[in-house]
Design a protein around this ligand. Structure first.
Ligand code: PLP
Length: 367
């Protein structure tokens, strides 16, 4: 039996329209988009259509570089810190995804000083701390738009303004917000991922503002304007392009649907406490806890619902959540947290049924 899928922050199902757009490039049109003959040119044209579709959701004064994942896009973006003469400091929010956090921490081995900026109990950045931190040595600031664990929406426009005033570059990890909420128009670098927006896995993109230099991580044939060598997959590009277009077209409808699911879920999980901001939050994410609960046991008792332990980071590495810890939650509270993720294809009946199963198992455990 297929479980009820409530893990849309881990990945989203592929939109049928994206699947249809990918098929011809997997089957008959197998040309290399970098070949100059007719089959290559056809494939290249599909890649460029996809690039335009993705670019349509991003600020106008920049370019889209396709990558293999958002993690790769973020690693690529952070290299821009090296181009900032006389600046050797990187600052990110303490609750960033491992793709940003671990990359920023790795830069410590490259002579950079990396700072993790604190958040308040709601998971929102403390802007005064950022202001006090920023200075002539800051090369790059990294901030996520929507947190993957708790759904908190960070004030990225404001963070960008502050970073720019100090002369630093601004990287926004927009993976969980792309196609859903407004992007920071002044950011220098924006990373996104195909499989979080109802597109395929194995593709991401980095948007780079005109004039910003990004040193390549992968060397070779000089594809993607010399920034990211390697043959592109027209199928993956086409899938991401159509997924992005759909997100734009359905933004309002998706939001209304997901907000209704969230309202329903909040009422059904009234005995639980919400982790993270109640208002500054993407409604498709509900991270909740119930004191005394053993979430490992809960997950094995409720096999009919695919959801995440709030305490495990999205990569499933089993590392305890640095995000919930940054909010000031105690280890026992972290271990009693779960994350429910709703999406475009989740129905209200599924939310009701899942809430029934989860609440029943929780009651059995606590009684
Ligand atoms: N950033 C955030 C906020 C994410 O949620 C994820 C995936 O979980 C990533 C980055 C990494 O994306 P990808 O799986 O495309 O590497």
């Amino acid at each position: 039996m297929t479980p009820i899928y409530l893990d849309n922050q881990a990945t989203t199902p592929l939109a049928p329209e994206a699947f249809d757009a990918m098929l011809p490039w997997l089957r008959d049109n197998f040309g290399n988009p970098h070949s100059s003959h007719v089959m290559g040119r056809r494939a290249a044209a599909a890649v460029e259509v996809a690039r335009e579709q993705v670019a349509a959701l991003l600020p106008k004064n920049g370019r889209v570089i396709f990558t293999g994942s958002a993690t790769e896009a973020i690693n690529l973006a952070m290299g821009a810190a090296r181009t900032q003469q006389g600046r050797d400091q990187i600052a990110i929010i303490d609750t960033e995804h491992a793709a940003v956090r671990d990359t920023a921490l790795w830069y410590r081995t490259q002579g950079f000083e990396t700072t993790l900026l604190p958040v308040d109990a709601d998971g929102l950045i403390v802007l005064e701390e950022l202001e006090a931190y920023l200075g002539q040595k800051t090369a790059l600031v990294g901030a996520m738009l929507v947190n993957n664990e708790i759904g908190t929406i960070q004030p990225v426009e404001q963070i960008t303004e502050m970073a720019h005033r100090a002369g630093a570059l601004m990287l926004c990890d927009a993976v969980q917000g792309f196609g859903r909420i407004d992007l920071p128009q002044q950011a220098d670098l924006i990373a996104l991922s195909g499989h979080k927006v109802y597109g395929p896995k194995g593709i991401g993109a980095l948007w780079v503002r005109d004039g910003i230099k990004v040193p390549p991580l992968i060397h070779g044939g000089g594809q993607e304007q010399g920034i990211r060598s390697g043959t592109l997959s027209p199928a993956l590009c086409a899938g991401l392009g159509v997924a992005a277009k759909l997100c734009a077209e359905r933004r309002e409808a998706d939001w209304v649907h997901i907000a209704a699911l969230a309202d329903k879920a909040r009422s059904l999980f009234g005995a639980w406490t919400v982790n993270g901001s109640l208002n500054q939050r993407y409604p498709g994410n509900l991270n909740i806890r119930r004191d005394g609960l053993d979430v490992g046991r809960l997950m094995s008792d409720v096999r009919g619902v695919a959801f995440s332990a709030g305490s495990a980071c999205a990569s499933g590495s089993g590392r305890p959540s640095h995000v919930l810890a940054a909010l000031g939650l105690q280890p026992a509270q972290i271990k009693s947290s779960i994350r429910l993720g709703f999406g475009r294809y989740t129905s209200i009946e599924e939310v009701e049924q899942a809430a029934h199963l989860i609440n029943q198992a929780a009651e059995n455990q606590l009684s």
